[in-house]
Design a protein around this ligand. Structure first.
Ligand SMILES: Cc1cc2nc3c(=O)[nH]c(=O)nc-3n(C[C@H](O)[C@H](O)[C@H](O)COP(=O)(O)OP(=O)(O)OC[C@H]3O[C@@H](n4cnc5c(N)ncnc54)[C@H](O)[C@@H]3O)c2cc1C
Length: 444
């Protein structure tokens, strides 16, 4: 079975195990009264909700097997799609248990909540965790998230670790299900330890160790266009990073005002064992500061990540399509992706002629490697969903008319999200199978 399949089975199994824990504890038999039914459903939703929460954390932890199986953008999409169901289960857990206990003790839900908070030692922490989790999920809803700076949103999101940690004591101490000495207790601890261990190892220990080992520093900065720079980095044993064209790293530049934030940028040249290169367009405060970096600035990193590589190839022909700064990974792919001369097309899309980056390098590479370069300029039409300029879209031009062999090509696409979606739709309606379409998103 493929890695992605095995990971999916592992997730489903983990949910099945928590349901089995509930059943093994005699859960089915405790539905005789309304109070029991509320309490049992509350316990079950808490178990499944917590399990999903741990799965979400693993999906966001940038573990190498997850990146290899899904790619970070798909892993993050899965992480986001689990957010609401998980919140609803945890909300249901709290509401059902409070109602169940209130019915049992014949008091109202407010009195029951107060009684839980004041008589059960680990409950105040559990309520704090509950509040933090609501905060994290609410600030992640797209419309709310857009109002925050990325770093502010990220700082709130990191609170989910605290939310999970402070909820652990009540899971082990309230009720007998996960109490000390039971198999379920040890399973629960092992599950938490595995998740915490992999987060600490892959998010913190390995990146720090690798950054120290490779000692990356800024070597040179080339101005590509107004607001766009290529930054070359050198360091030790770079071939041992095993980075390949099309991948990205998450970089932290140890310069004033930048050291506290890390940003993803793709390789814009094939790694050669001596240096790495990225090309950055200043779109926000951090990326706009990068042209001012000094030679010798230390750089730490996480990665390499991403499936936007030669490894995704399925056919001998290749079409590379970029818009804007999406040209960065396309440029590195063009250097190393395998094809016979005449079997590759590079398409650069821009609003206006001359509005493209790295064109000289792409022109040279296309000449040396025998690829065709097409630069297509012009604004997209209003009211029609097309990735092409208005006049081309109205004339019925499609990817298939530009590249007649498109059905038998691997297509690599990198550009803004709506534009990328329009290229993917065009490719699909031109008969290109899903497995031949590869894209990198610059937003998660
Ligand atoms: C996989 C990937 C590869 C990328 N490769 C390139 C590249 O090669 N060249 C290039 O110019 N840009 C690239 N980007 C985009 C680049 O990461 C953002 O433009 C940059 O992080 C913006 O940061 P800022 O502080 O300058 O702007 P802000 O104003 O803080 O943010 C602008 C946008 O970038 C997003 N963003 C900010 N910080 C991060 C972060 N740490 N992680 C994810 N998204 C963030 C925000 O959500 C916002 O939509 C890539 C993004 C991704 C996800």
């Amino acid at each position: 079975m493929r890695l992605a399949g095995r990971l999916q089975v592992a997730c489903i199994t983990s949910v099945a195990v928590v349901i089995a824990i509930f059943l093994a504890d005699g859960g089915v038999g405790r539905f005789g009264t309304a109070a029991d039914a509320f309490t049992s459903l509350g316990i079950l939703s808490g178990l499944v909700g917590t399990d999903l929460l741990l799965i979400m954390m693993v999906l966001a932890a940038r573990l190498p097997p997850i990146d290899r199986a899904f790619g970070h953008d798909r892993a993050m999409a899965l992480h986001q799609s689990l957010g609401k169901p998980t919140l609803y289960l945890i909300l249901a857990h709290a509401a059902l248990l409070i109602t169940g206990y209130a019915l049992l003790e014949n008091i109202n839900v407010f009195a029951e909540t107060w009684s839980m908070l004041t008589t059960l030692p680990d409950m105040p922490l559990a309520f704090i965790g509950f509040g933090l989790m609501i905060l994290v999920v609410v600030t992640s809803v797209v419309v709310v998230r857009r109002r925050f700076r990325y770093e502010a949103w990220h700082a709130v999101h990191v609170l989910s670790y605290a939310a999970v940690l402070v909820a652990i004591p009540h899971q082990l101490s309230v009720g007998a299900l996960l109490s000390d000495g039971t198999i379920a207790h040890y399973y629960w601890l092992a599950l938490y330890s595995a998740v915490a261990g992999s987060i600490v190892l892959f998010r913190f220990v390995l990146p720090v160790w690798r950054s120290l080992r490779h000692g990356l520093v800024v070597d040179s900065i080339d101005h590509v266009a107004p607001g766009v720079v290529s930054i070359s980095l050198t360091g030790r044993h770079l071939n041992q990073l095993r980075a390949i064209s099309g991948q990205f790293f998450i970089w932290r530049f140890w310069a004033k005002g930048l050291w506290w934030q890390a940003h993803p940028f793709s390789l814009s040249a094939a790694p050669n064992g001596r240096s790495l290169r990225i090309t950055v367009r200043g779109l926000g405060d951090a990326s706009a500061e990068l042209p001012r970096l000094r030679r010798g600035t230390r750089v730490s990193f996480e990665g390499p990540y991403g499936l936007f590589t030669e490894n995704a190839r399925t056919s001998p022909r290749v079409v590379l399509i970029a818009a804007g700064i999406g040209v960065a990974p396309i440029r590195s792919l063009l250097e190393t992706v395998s094809f016979a001369p005449g079997n590759a097309t590079v398409i650069l899309r821009s609003h206006a002629a001359g509005d493209t980056y790295l064109v000289d390098e792409l022109t040279d590479l296309c000449r040396v490697r025998g690829a065709e370069l097409r630069i297509i300029a012009g604004r997209r039409p209003e009211g029609i969903s097309s990735w092409l300029p208005a006049d081309a879209a109205r004339a019925g031009t499609t990817l298939r008319t530009i590249v007649p062999e498109i059905k038998h090509s691997d297509i690599y696409i990198c550009g803004p999200r709506p534009w990328t979606d329009a290229v993917v739709r065009d490719a699909r309606s031109g008969g290109v199978p899903k497995e031949q379409i590869h894209y990198e998103r610059f937003d998660w």
